[in-house]
Design a binder for this molecule. Structure first.
Ligand code: HEM
Length: 160
């Protein structure tokens, strides 16, 4: 009989005794950082549900839905400070939430201290670069680039 809890294929729980003694950690705590990080995942998760589903509904369902998404559509949205702030908060929360989630996975599954350190270094650099570049794009975006074909840019460009 095949069951989904087939022992042979089950993934071991993290840090479940398979770790060689030389990799055991001494549990030096960092105040209540991990508790705050745990709380942040719950709070940001709830806020992300609202941000992401509104984002998907507005972009893919309202009006012509997905068929309306092009450069002009994005430019039109970012001409409105509400959508700039919406996308900024969504970017920051998704990246910090996702980054902190992957940090937890690395801490749970990478046994060697050096492996954890390198994986987290890559993670933190990638997270910071994406947050910075995304933030820069949201606030420096030019909706009416010079010499762009009129049918690709938003209507309000012609009145500028
Ligand atoms: C739609 C709204 C979302 C909700 C309600 C949500 C909720 C959560 C919660 C409660 C956790 C903690 C799980 C635990 O500690 O066992 C979690 C973990 C995680 N989330 Fe989200 N999340 C959302 C969106 C996202 C997004 C957009 C990303 C990626 C950018 C993401 C990536 C992760 C990762 C990588 C983890 C760690 C998984 C793990 O610990 O096994 N989540 N999420």
């Amino acid at each position: 009989m095949t069951t989904s809890t087939n022992e042979a294929h089950a993934l071991e729980a993290p840090r479940s005794g398979r770790i060689a003694p030389k990799y055991t950690r001494n549990g030096s705590g960092r105040g209540n950082f991990e508790m705050l990080a745990w709380l942040f995942m719950r709070v940001s998760g709830v806020i992300l549900v609202v941000l992401i589903f509104t984002h998907l509904f507005v972009n893919l369902v309202v009006g012509d839905g997905i068929h309306a998404v092009d450069f002009g559509f994005v430019a039109g949205k970012w001409a409105n400070p509400v959508w700039q702030v919406w996308d900024l908060v969504m970017l920051w929360l998704a990246m910090l939430h996702g980054g902190n989630g992957v940090r937890t996975i690395i801490n749970d599954y990478a046994d060697k201290k050096a492996t954890r350190m390198w994986l987290k270094t890559v993670l933190y650099v990638a997270t910071a670069v994406i947050i910075l570049l995304g933030t820069l794009v949201i606030f420096t975006f030019d909706p009416c680039p010079a010499n762009a074909p009129a049918d690709l840019i938003p209507d309000f460009c012609s009145s500028l």
